[in-house]
Design a protein around this ligand. Structure first.
Ligand code: ZN
Length: 247
């Protein structure tokens, strides 16, 4: 069985400063994600955090990562442009899959990989129903037609992403808003999954369906076996271009 090397990267700041977050994720939400992934024999899971040396991803870690899971929120701007570019290139070249969780919609790696701002609207914590739109997709395996998250931060359309290659889940919120909650993107030779639930003071990563979705996604975004060499060519982007999106 092929082992998938997974790195769960977390900004890991809220857990240190916000008691409401610490009570839900005492060791960091990345540790909770690692714990449910660790039960899978085909996964070797490591943790990384923004305040670790080299922002948690020195070259030897990044280059031995098959799937990178990313959670960030308050410190997106602290992530170095150079690191974001290394991640984008690795995904584009099909060397690593990328899973962006919740507020990673605004992270440098996600924005640079998909090429849009990732802007959306947000609001109070409330009831969310996650609907499965594409039950045939491997990421939806074992997931019911819908499931309830009793409390999750409102995220709402319009969500400024490219038209997803596959739209697997939709979130409905008590206030009447909807959100493309689970979407895939193919970029170059790589695969990306965005999944919306996961606010730092809510319990999404303790939910069995959310855990199954992230587990499924790890297997789906992992690099393919290519029957031919992938050329190390990746078009450059500049952060000036990305920053202009925000004006
Ligand atoms: Zn949030």
């Amino acid at each position: 069985m092929k082992t998938i090397n997974v790195t769960v990267w977390n900004e890991f700041r809220h857990e240190k400063t916000d008691p409401a977050c610490k009570s839900v994720y005492p060791d960091g939400l990345h540790a909770t994600i690692k714990a449910f992934l660790d039960v899978n024999e085909d996964m070797n899971v490591r943790l990384a955090a923004l305040d670790d040396p080299d922002q948690g991803l020195p070259d030897e870690v990044l280059e031995s990562t098959d799937v990178l899971i990313w959670w960030g929120h308050m410190a997106h701007h602290e992530v170095s442009d150079a690191l974001a570019e290394k991640i984008r290139q690795r995904v584009y070249l099909g060397k690593m899959g990328f899973i962006a969780l919740h507020s990673a919609h605004k992270s440098k790696p996600f924005r640079s990989i998909v090429g849009t701002t990732g802007n959306l609207s947000w609001g109070r914590e409330q009831k969310e129903i996650v609907w499965t739109l594409l039950p045939s997709h491997p990421i939806a395996a074992g997931i019911p037609d819908h499931f309830l998250l009793p409390k999750e931060e409102l995220y709402s359309e319009p969500f400024y992403i490219p038209q997803p290659d596959e739209l697997i889940f939709c979130g409905w919120f008590e206030d009447g808003h909807v959100m493309r909650a689970g979407a895939t993107f193919h970029t170059g030779a790589g695969k990306v999954f965005y999944f919306q639930p996961g606010h730092e003071t809510c319990h999404a990563y303790h939910d069995a369906n959310v855990q199954r979705i992230i587990t499924n996604a790890v297997r789906w975004v992992q690099p393919n076996e290519f029957g031919y060499p992938i050329k190390d060519e990746c078009p450059q982007i500049t952060w000036k271009t990305v920053d202009e999106f925000n004006k």
